[in-house]
Design a binder for this molecule. Structure first.
Ligand code: NAD
Length: 421
């Protein structure tokens, strides 16, 4: 386990509840409903003992939290990271509820995580960890109950082990239990790229409203994982100039632009983008403050806080990550006129195509990549338009509008279903 300081400076669950409180106040949502939505329906904490390659046994803490299932089964990723704590998982599960409601897809919100350092573990150790964790939560997940997906530190391989473990226990293959599966076992075309493609569509939607395009826009992307690396690639393909990139080991900057494909090759060869030829080194903190037109934080939460918000120069921030801006920083940025495309809108492409994968799995009928991308564009653009319309009409930030729409939809569903019993 890493001994480095956690990236969580404030309690993320409290921050998520603070966002909900702001929404409730601004849109005058009934206090009782806000109290219901501010709580997580179920939080499971499990011990996950694993025999390591050297013969020793280590016990990891694992979590699965279901925030809300009023609009459908719970849906959300599983994170493997040393800093995972239950309140981070709770916050992430709440954001999933809002994201699914905003996109109009029939899911509630969930999230899972294991406090571990996957980079220091072997493939065998990760497989044993994943299979034991899946077994510990097996009665709480399922196609009609709660459907996991990849997040930080997990990928298609992790989902394949989860799918296999669940299916072995049920006695038959259960395609709908997890999304983000590899194509060979019922994954969806376009799922790997979906989160980044959704972020690209959001940026296009914003620029279109300003009569502008991505051509020549100077972009900084923090995080070179699934979301950040593919977003950087898409933005470059659209004619934007990527002037800064980073991963957990540090960042690189180049005024005239970084060749994103060379960054992929360098990362594949060395494990990091640090040291990329033709770039100068920059810390992750300084990277966020580089002059640019668009900043896309695509790593972890709470990277833009009260402390550094005033130094952010980008007029547009696209939240590829979940929760990268704290509410206090959000207020500061808004007062300075920074336009933030909030996480629930900007990175929702992943869960939208996860929904497509779930539907395809249930029907055992698979779509073409063009069809996936076209429907993704349709759903994310419709959500963007609805949030934008509310923002303009109510003169609120795009975050407040997007969260407001989402929370209102869950509140309406709660009201019509009624409080059980
Ligand atoms: P990932 O594990 O593939 O990549 C994470 C990246 O962030 C890596 O490049 C890592 O080196 C980097 N990183 C870690 N700590 C960092 C730090 N302190 N500074 C800079 N970089 C750092 O994870 P991912 O799936 O790309 O997820 C990234 C973010 O996007 C998370 O907030 C996640 O919740 C969110 N997200 C992911 C998906 C998805 O489909 N994978 C969907 C929606 C939202």
């Amino acid at each position: 386990m890493s001994t480095s300081e956690s990236h969580l400076r404030e309690n993320p669950y409290e921050l998520a509840r603070e966002q909900l409180r702001r929404v409730g106040e601004r849109f005058q949502i009934d206090a009782g409903t806000i109290a219901v939505l501010g709580a997580c329906k179920k939080a499971i904490e499990v011990a996950v003992p694993v025999r390591m390659d050297d013969g020793t046994i280590r016990v990891f803490q694992g979590y699965r939290v279901q925030h809300n299932v009023t609009r459908g089964p719970a849906k959300g990723g599983i994170r493997y990271h040393p800093d995972v704590v239950v309140d981070e998982v709770r916050a992430l599960s709440m954001w999933m509820t809002w994201k699914c409601a905003l996109m109009g897809i029939p899911f509630g919100g969930a999230k899972g995580g294991i406090a571990c350092d996957p980079k220091s573990m072997s493939k065998g150790e990760l497989e044993r960890l994943t299979r034991r964790f899946t077994t510990e939560i097996i009665n709480d997940i399922g196609p009609e109950q709660d459907i996991p997906a990849p997040d930080v530190g997990t990928d298609g391989q992790t989902m394949a082990w989860l799918y296999d473990t669940y299916s072995m226990n049920k006695g038959h293959s259960v395609l709908g239990v997890v999304t983000g599966k590899p194509l060979s076992i019922g994954g969806s075309l376009g799922r790997v790229e979906a989160t980044s493609r959704g972020a690209l569509f959001s940026l296009r939607n914003l620029l279109e409203r300003r009569g502008d395009t991505l051509v020549g826009k100077r972009v900084v992307v923090q995080g070179f994982g699934n979301v950040g690396s593919l977003l950087a690639r898409f933005l470059q393909q659209e004619g934007a100039i990527v002037v800064g990139l980073s991963d957990s080991r540090g960042g690189v900057a180049a005024r005239d632009g970084i060749d994103v494909e060379a960054a992929f090759a360098h990362k594949a060869a060395t494990g990091s983008i640090v040291g990329l030829a033709g770039s100068s080194p920059v810390t992750n903190e300084a990277l966020l403050e580089l002059p640019c037109d668009i900043l896309a934080p695509c790593a972890l939460e709470q990277v833009i806080t009260e402390e550094n918000a005033a130094r952010i120069q980008a007029p547009v921030i696209c939240e590829g990550a979940n929760g990268p801006i704290t509410p206090a920083a959000d207020t500061l940025l808004e007062s300075r006129g920074t336009l933030v495309i909030p996480d629930v809108l900007a990175n929702a492409g992943g869960v939208v195509v996860s929904y497509f994968e779930w539907v395809q799995g249930l029907q055992e009928y698979f779509w073409t990549e063009d069809e996936v991308n076209r429907r993704l564009d349709e759903i994310t653009s419709r959500a963007f338009a609805a949030a934008w319309e509310l923002k303009e009409r109510e003169d609120v930030s795009l975050r407040l509008a997007a969260y407001g729409l989402a929370v209102q939809r869950v509140a309406d569903a709660t009201a019509i279903r009624g409080l059980y019993p």
